[in-house]
Write a protein that binds this ligand. Structure first.
Ligand SMILES: *Cc1c(COP(=O)(O)O)cnc(C)c1O
Length: 412
């Protein structure tokens, strides 16, 4: 898969430079892109405009579940684009109703609402929880319990749930959410009161630094919400769609939430988000109370269906656990070998991290990895997050570990 000849590079490098200049001039400068323009990909490999090869171990922030140019996804998209791209939610469309059925089957839920991003899936989940109690006459149940160091998205509602100041600073008051320490069931218990509609939790704090929930914690949240009559919202935007080895990460703890938010890997790179919920909540958002113009459009739905088919019918999901163990074991070996630089390795499935010591410049290490042909991202300040496509091969995992080892050795 990786034996594609490099492109002739000279003038393409010039072209890349011009594109970077154009981007620097006209794009809103809220990101921090390096001087790279990716022009094509195949599986877990990306090529920049100069023909340089990179191992893609970030997958567009845990999005490209099937890697790049996966034949199933390409076929589904081109066939659907030639047939029907958009009709709005005024009418049913075939890929979308099939997707809803398949997603409910895979999550054990009963109803699916579609939107275009993770943030929107959280927004829908929060609105559903509030509206559910409103429709039962409990109009004062508006508060949500969320966790410190969490990430739930950037619209004002999702941002209110997000428990990190770096995302919230400067945006004013973000009300109705109480943040407690992740893993602290006693603090959750103390924060529960009659005005709490829901608890929203990530099974693994992704942006927070790839921190899996402590054993038993999610079960305790389930028990607390049951006792208290409030709802449990699982933010599986990063951990869902097979990323941690099961379709939903919470399955591994034997916990079923009331509402699950999905996005990232769901469309394999095509923007789509979903909120799935139990039948008991189906009356809370009647026609007119919530919606999305693009949500559930045939093109994005066809992409998501192709992803779900590939995960199940092609056996990709079944490979995630062993591949994750290989990656995790390799990162643990690196943590031992380079203990001067690395604090620890942690993660689950194909969501893993190498956590650098506080005094190490994580951004510099990331840059050195990139120079050496390995792409990862930083999460939670010091964690180098490895979230390769779910189609990654054992050979590619070994190659990524070798590159990381070489770069870290050059630092020691
Ligand atoms: C990425 C992410 C979001 C936000 O998703 P967007 O598609 O960027 O809006 C929310 N929650 C979690 C856990 C995420 O990882």
């Amino acid at each position: 898969m990786t034996s594609v000849a490099p492109l002739p590079s000279e003038h393409l490098t010039e072209r890349q430079k011009r594109l970077v200049e154009l981007g620097r001039q006209f794009l809103y400068p809220n990101y921090r892109q390096p001087e790279l323009v990716f022009t094509r990909g195949l599986g877990s490999v990306l090529w920049d405009d100069a023909g340089q090869r990179y191992l893609d171990f970030y997958a567009g922030i845990a999005v490209s579940a099937l890697g790049h140019a996966h034949p199933r996804l390409v076929r589904a998209l081109s066939e659907q684009a030639g047939r029907l791209i958009h009709v709005s939610n005024y009418y049913f469309n075939e890929p979308n109703v099939r997707l809803a059925a398949e997603l409910c089957r895979l999550t054990g839920m009963d109803r699916a609402f579609f939107c275009n991003s993770g943030t929107e899936a959280i927004e829908a989940s929060l609105k559903l929880a509030r509206r559910h109690f409103h429709s039962k006459g409990e109009t004062a149940r508006l508060r949500v319990i969320a966790f410190k160091n969490s990430f739930h998205g950037r619209t004002l509602g999702a941002l209110a749930a997000t428990g990190q100041d770096k995302y919230r600073d400067g945006f004013g008051e973000l009300p109705n959410v109480t943040h407690v320490s992740y893993g602290d069931a006693r603090a959750v218990h103390a924060a529960l009161a009659p005005d709490v509609a829901a608890i929203v939790v990530e099974p693994v704090q992704g942006e927070g630094g790839v921190l899996p929930a402590p054993p038993g914690f999610l079960k305790e949240l389930r028990q607390l919400t049951n006792q208290h009559g409030s709802l449990l919202i699982a933010d599986e935007i990063q951990t869902g769609v097979g990323r941690t080895g099961t379709f939903l990460s919470m399955e591994q703890q034997g916990v079923k939430a009331d509402i699950v938010a999905l996005a990232k890997g769901l469309g394999g790179g095509v923007p789509i988000g979903a909120m799935v919920c139990r039948a008991a909540l189906e009356g809370a958002l009647p026609p007119g109370s919530h919606g999305s113009t693009f949500g559930g459009n045939p093109l994005a739905s066809a992409a998501a269906l192709a992803v779900l088919e590939a995960l199940t019918a092609d056996g990709i999901l079944a490979r995630v656990k062993p591949l994750g163990e290989r990656l995790g074991a390799g990162l643990s070996r690196l943590a031992e070998r380079h203990s001067r630089l690395v604090e620890t390795a942690r993660g689950t499935g194909l969501l893993q991290a190498l956590v650098l010591k506080a005094e190490v410049d994580a951004r510099a290490v990331l840059g050195a990895f990139q120079q050496a042909g390995l792409l990862v991202t930083i999460a939670g300040g010091q964690a180098l997050r490895f979230s390769p496509p779910l189609v990654v091969t054992e050979h590619e995992i070994d190659e990524a570990l070798q590159i990381a080892d070489r770069v870290l050795s050059s630092y020691s």
